[in-house]
Design a protein. Structure first.
Length: 363
C-alpha cells in the first residue's frame, strides 16, 4: 500500500501465474507447456530475420503484424482482416475484456474457470456474474440462456474449459450465439487443438454465421511457443476493429520482429503441428488410463492436461508428496475443486515417472 497509488490499484487482486521453479532434474507438469520443442522452421525463420548482424532489430516491427495475420488466415481459411494478433492470448484477452465485454448488463462466465477473468473485470471495472458448472463440471448453455437476453451483457468461457479440460460441443456454442445475438460471445480456445485427432473442434467455423462470436487462441500450447508470447483472435471485422482501437491506444507494437516471423513459421508448418499434437493426445489418453488404474477419477479431457482426484487421498498432500520427488503438478484451493490435481501431459517418460511416483505414494 502506498499513498502514491492510484485508487484502482488498492482494490486489485492480481493474478498469480503458474510456478516456474528453477530446480535441477525437475519433472514440470504444472503450467501446461508443450513437452516438445517448436517447429524447426521457427528457429530457421528467426535466424533469417537476425542475419549475421541482427541489423533488423534497430527498426520497429510491423505494427499490424500483417505477416502473422496472413499466416493465421491461411491456416483457418479466413481473410487477414478477420484476424487480430497480440503479445500472448493473455494480452489479446485483456484487450477483449476492455473492447467488447464491458456493458451495462453483466458479463457471464463459469464459476470454475480461469482465475484471471475476475482479475480483468476488477482492472477494467466490469460487472460480472459467474454461472455454476453442472455436477459433472461441464458448462450448461441452458443456464446462461435462463438469464434471458435482456440481462446478459456478454459471455466468455474457455473451450475446453480450464482447469477441468471439458469440451462444450460446437452446436451448443452456436445455440448460445443465436439466442444472444446482441451480446458478444468470446470463446477462449487455448487448448482446442488437443480436442480431436482428425477434426479440431474450434469455433472459428462459426464466426461467419455469427457476427457476435470472437475466438481467441494462443501459440503457447500446441505450437510450443510459450516463451515467445504470441496470441490471436478471429472474428468479423467490426469485432477486430474494436480490439485494434484498444491496442493502438495502449501499445502499437505488441509483437517484436522475432515473434512475428517465428509465429508465422509455426502457423505454416501444418505437418509438425499435427504430429506433435497427436503425440500429446496419445500421451494424455495413456496418462488418464494410468491414473484410473491407480484409483483416480479423471474428468474427460480435450486439453493437454488432465484433472483428477483420488477418493481416499487429499489432493494437497499428494501434490506435496510429488514435489518431494521433484515432480510438480497444480493444486487449486477453490471450492469444489480443492481435491483435484491438474496434471500437464508431459513426454511419455515424464508421465511414467509421475505414475511410478504416485504408485509409491499410494502404496
Amino acid at each position: 500500500m502506498s499513498r502514491f497509488w492510484s485508487p484502482v490499484v488498492h482494490d486489485l487482486t492480481p493474478y498469480v501465474p503458474g510456478e516456474q521453479p528453477k530446480l535441477a532434474n525437475l519433472v514440470k507438469l504444472n503450467t501446461n507447456e508443450n513437452p516438445y520443442p517448436p517447429s524447426p522452421r521457427v528457429l530457421e525463420a528467426i535466424r533469417d530475420e537476425l542475419g549475421e548482424s541482427a541489423d533488423s532489430l534497430k527498426l520497429y516491427p510491423d505494427p499490424t503484424g500483417s505477416q502473422l495475420k496472413a499466416a493465421v488466415g491461411r491456416h483457418f481459411g479466413v481473410p487477414p482482416e478477420w484476424v487480430f494478433v497480440g503479445n500472448s492470448s493473455d494480452e489479446v484477452l485483456a484487450h477483449t475484456f476492455q473492447a467488447l465485454l464491458k456493458h451495462d448488463k453483466p458479463l457471464l462466465f463459469p464459476d470454475i474457470s480461469y482465475s484471471f477473468y475476475p482479475v480483468y473485470c476488477g482492472l477494467y471495472g466490469i460487472d460480472y456474474e459467474t454461472v455454476a458448472l453442472d455436477e459433472d463440471f461441464a458448462i450448461c448453455v441452458d443456464d446462461y440462456l435462463a438469464r434471458g437476453a435482456a440481462k446478459v451483457g456478454a459471455v466468455i468461457f474457455p473451450n475446453p474449459n480450464a482447469p477441468t479440460g471439458r469440451l462444450l460441443p460446437l452446436a451448443d456454442i452456436a445455440r448460445l450465439a443465436a439466442a444472444l445475438p446482441d451480446s458478444p460471445i468470446v470463446i477462449d480456445e487455448a487448448y482446442v487443438d488437443f480436442g480431436g485427432l482428425d477434426v479440431i473442434p474450434t469455433a472459428v467455423g462459426l464466426v461467419k454465421q455469427h457476427p457476435n462470436i470472437l475466438v481467441t487462441q494462443t501459440l503457447s500450447k500446441s505450437r510450443s511457443l510459450a516463451g515467445l508470447r504470441v496470441g490471436y483472435a478471429i472474428g468479423q471485422p467490426e469485432l477486430i476493429e474494436a480490439l485494434t482501437r484498444v491496442k493502438d491506444s495502449f501499445n502499437s507494437y505488441p509483437l517484436d520482429r522475432l515473434a512475428i516471423v517465428g509465429a508465422s513459421a509455426a502457423m505454416d508448418d501444418a505437418d509438425y503441428f499435427d504430429q506433435t499434437r497427436r503425440h500429446v493426445i496419445a500421451s494424455r489418453d495413456a496418462l488418464s488410463n494410468g491414473l484410473a488404474a491407480l484409483g483416480f477419477s479423471v474428468l474427460p479431457s480435450a486439453a493437454n492436461f488432465v484433472f483428477a482426484r483420488h477418493p481416499a487421498r487429499d489432493a494437497a498432500a499428494l501434490a506435496a508428496a510429488l514435489r518431494e520427488r521433484s515432480i510438480i503438478v497444480r493444486h487449486f484451493k477453490a471450492a469444489r475443486i480443492d481435491q483435484f490435481l491438474r496434471i500437464t501431459v508431459g513426454t511419455d517418460v515424464q508421465c511414467r515417472l509421475l505414475l511410478d511416483a504416485l504408485k509409491e505414494i499410494l502404496a
